[in-house]
Design a protein around this ligand. Structure first.
Ligand code: MG
Ligand code: ZN
Length: 222
């Protein structure tokens, strides 16, 4: 995204992308205002493919669906696998296939709002595209950002992706049951995350078994 060489064409690219990011920020503010107007709490869930974003949303929905009216926007390049899984929990799901885009942007989310009846929702999960890089630069208008990282991704995922952790409110360290066989120390992962952002809330989970989900609910204040 950021081009440092000064060849003519590439300078133009920089201006274009700064403009694009600015437009996205404005749209994200509009999205948040719309959510506020309808008293919907928006939660952006970020993380790599396979980190456990969908499992986390499923488990949170299971525990919260008697208390809140829940919907989910599922961002995915091409498949509806996640959307189908979440639908089974009785959650209303809007699928946004992003095609070649490696992140959701505020405009895609705005379009998805059009297909949801926001007045009938209290809690909206937005499952971002599986990627730890560009979602950091594209706020969507959600009130909270969760980033999920799993122990199976190895010991350096947090250190190598500081921006996404800087931008998050909650870091979920998932698949703690796999930490030992993977020889990954979850406490070291926590420490890395807190080093990047001291006020980050960190929760260790096993989302498949539902371990740690109550703590995620607690730190989200739900
Ligand atoms: Mg998923
Ligand atoms: Zn991207």
């Amino acid at each position: 995204m950021k081009v440092i060489e000064s060849r003519e064409g590439e300078i133009y690219d920089i201006e274009l992308s700064e403009d694009l990011l600015e437009k996205n920020r404005k749209l994200a503010e509009e999205n948040k205002a719309l959510l506020n107007r309808h008293q919907v709490l928006g939660i952006d869930v970020m993380g790599s493919i396979g980190s456990g974003k969908t499992s986390l949303i499923l488990q949170l929905s299971r525990l919260l669906k008697s208390k809140y009216r829940i919907a989910c926007i599922a961002g995915d390049l091409t498949t509806t696998i996640d959307a189908e899984r979440i639908k089974k929990e009785g959650v209303r799901v809007i699928q946004t296939n992003t095609g070649k885009e490696c992140h959701l942007d505020a405009n895609l989310v705005k379009k998805a709002f059009g297909e949801l009846s926001l007045k009938d929702i209290d809690l909206l999960f937005i499952e971002n595209v599986g990627n730890l890089i560009c979602p950091a630069e594209f706020p969507l208008g959600a009130h909270r950002r969760i980033v999920v990282v799993s122990t199976t991704e190895g010991p350096y995922m947090i250190l190598k992706h500081p921006y996404i952790f800087q931008d998050a409110d909650v870091a979920v360290i998932n698949k703690i049951d796999m930490a030992e066989p993977m020889r990954v120390n979850p406490d070291k992962l926590s420490k890395d995350a807190l080093h990047i952002k001291p006020e980050l809330k960190i929760v260790k989970t096993d989302c498949l078994k539902g371990k740690g989900i109550d703590e995620v609910i607690r730190v989200l204040g739900l």
